[in-house]
Design a protein around this ligand. Structure first.
Ligand code: FAD
Length: 542
């Protein structure tokens, strides 16, 4: 389990799994958290789901898990207790205190069946105490079926089960007397009515044999149909400001559900619902279909958000190239940029860092020019103890806030310093990493020298910059002597002390400010300080 996903799906029933599948197949990172109590679990078999009719309910979900695993979707056993908006997404809290972040949420938490208060009834639920003619009516066809009247749906239920058996009896229990029209309808179909309160069930050898009335009379039945109250709300939904509201069916109270549009979008931007939580009458295949639809809607919403973000990058690139670049070496310039609203960087680690550091055994790392903390957080998540340095206090504040959200405060120290006038402790770090630090060479060379000195024996120096050759592309670069090649930096390292591992101009696809594809190059230098003392740090992770 990572701690950031495109989508967290809460609930691993047919709705949640289908949504997760659609999202995974759209290359979205998805986490499913499931408390493992699907609504139909008490039933021995499921019905009316093509391909699975007559199979145990667990078979459908087991097949779903296998399919999700093939797409790398983790399904975590647990309960989501709350979720709250955070930035452009949500922070989701699990019952064990773990938090994960998600850009979007799909809540497929099902509903709770509140059963009538009759002793012994909950124990038989889903077996011979039933509610749904399509789920298990066929299995009791032709038998003696009781229908417990607890509300206005009783006549409707009795008529549906009458289609399956001529032996249907309505137990009026504590419901209001049926009106003359209802009595006539029930009588016309040969449905019997028994007055008196039901006080319990008769069970012989784990089979329902009758309904006991308060008078002591026992009426033989082999199945009892009830009308639970369907409750789609939960504290999790409340935590998001999404209370379930009363829903009617045929003008009669049906239960509580969370309102949503036909694609599952709720009143809270970024939150979708699918399945019984919003559609109390949805059966398995309908819940699955709704999950698929909501997954597709979420993907479309993320596509739109990604496009908006890409356009914003182009706009900021254009704005960037209109800046007076001679100011870009001043802290004030960056301070202003980081104080303006909106993230400047993607929040993702630099690609070269992810490619070149992923296999190092974590130790201490110095991230120079740490900006909004994308690299530092990525390193800390992988177990590095990180020092992030930047001369813009506003950048450090943004980075520290991200670290706090990710629960990484203990793993990162933020240092407010101008690295051109700051000397890191010598031989201190197992990794010193600087990406896209550009400044006049007379300042850059001594800085790189100090950064190299800070690398511990056996440690790694990773320096990455825009290659001077990029000036020949349509990617605008300031016309200043601030770029360097990896070869130029490698030449400054003493071969007696350094093993040069990578020195190259690494191509990278990019988009220029006009939205045109362009291949640019990164100058990449990775060098290891020779020394046997810490050579163990070079072990690669298996
Ligand atoms: C006894 C019975 C038998 C049924 N038989 C059939 C049948 O044969 N055919 C048919 O089509 N329909 C049947 N149904 C209806 C069927 O169960 C529902 O249509 C279906 O389960 C709805 O799917 P869902 O994904 O919305 O919810 P569910 O399948 O109920 O899945 C919801 C999941 O979310 C989890 N969850 C809830 N809250 C949280 C949380 N906060 N954090 C993490 N996880 C959470 C739950 O534990 C559960 O695993 C039956 C219903 C009952 C009661």
């Amino acid at each position: 389990m990572d701690n950031a996903y495109d989508v967290v799906v809460v609930g691993g029933g047919p709705a949640g799994f289908s949504g997760a599948l659609a999202l995974a197949r759209s290359l979205r990172s998805v986490l499913v958290v499931d408390a493992g109590e699907p609504r139909n679990a008490p039933a021995a078999h499921l019905h009316n789901y093509l391909g699975f009719d007559g199979r145990p309910p667990a078979d459908l979900l087991a097949a779903g898990r296998v399919e999700l695993a093939a797409y790398g979707v983790p399904v975590v056993a647990g309960s989501v207790t709350s979720a709250r908006p955070q930035g452009d997404g949500f922070t989701v809290e699990l019952g064990d205190g773990t938090t994960v972040s998600a850009r979007r949420l799909l809540l497929a938490t099902g509903l709770v069946d509140e059963l009538p208060d009759v002793p012994g009834l909950p124990e038989r639920w889903g077996r011979d105490v039933l509610h749904c003619p399509y789920c298990h009516g066929y299995e009791v066809r032709g038998r003696a079926i009781g229908v417990l009247a607890t509300g206005p749906m009783v006549a409707h239920q009795a008529q549906l089960f009458r289609q399956l058996s001529p032996h249907v009896t309505v137990f009026l229990h504590d419901s209001p007397e049926p009106g003359p029209e209802q009595r006539l309808e029930l009588g016309a179909r040969g449905i019997a009515m028994v007055e008196g309160r039901v006080s319990g069930l008769e069970v012989v050898g784990d089979r329902l044999t009758g309904v006991r009335l308060a008078s002591g009379t026992v009426v033989p039945v082999e199945a009892l149909v009830v009308a639970p109250r369907f409750v789609g709300g939960s504290p999790l939904l409340d935590s998001l400001g999404l209370p379930a509201v009363p829903v009617e069916m045929n003008g009669q109270p049906f239960g509580d559900a969370v309102p949503a549009d036909p694609g599952g979008a709720t009143a809270v931007p970024g939150v979708w619902v699918a399945g019984n939580v919003t559609d109390l009458g949805a059966q398995l295949i309908g819940a699955a279909a709704a999950g698929l639809k909501a997954g597709a809607m979420i993907n479309a919403d993320l596509v739109a958000a990604d496009t908006r973000a890409a356009l914003a990058v182009l706009a900021s690139m254009r704005a960037w190239h209109q800046h007076d670049h001679t100011r870009m070496f001043d802290a004030d310039f960056w301070e202003e940029r980081y104080r303006a609203p909106g993230a400047i960087w993607s929040g993702q680690p630099n690609a070269v860092l992810a490619a070149e550091v992923g296999d190092l055994v974590p130790g201490t790392a110095l991230d120079v020019g740490s900006g909004e903390g994308g690299d530092a957080l990525w390193l800390a998540e992988r177990g590095w103890q990180v020092t992030g340095v930047d001369f813009a206090a506003a950048a450090l504040a943004r980075a520290a806030a991200q670290a706090e959200t990710a629960g990484l405060t203990e793993r990162i120290e933020w240092v407010h310093a101008d690295v051109t006038a700051w000397t890191p402790p010598p031989r201190r770090f197992d990794l010193v990493s600087a990406h896209f630090l550009h400044m006049p060479h007379e300042r850059l060379r001594p800085l790189f020298g100090r950064l190299a000195d800070a690398v511990a024996p056996g440690g790694t120096l990773l320096l990455v910059g825009h290659h001077p050759r990029d000036r020949e592309t349509t990617m605008p670069r300031p016309d200043l002597p601030v770029f360097f090649t990896a070869e130029e930096v490698a030449a400054t390292l003493d071969p007696g002390q350094w093993a040069i591992e990578i020195v190259e101009a690494r191509p990278r696809p990019a988009v220029d400010p006009e939205g045109r594809g362009v291949t640019i190059h990164d100058a990449v230098l990775r060098a290891r300080r020779r020394d046997s003392v810490r050579s163990d740090n070079r072990q690669h992770v298996a």
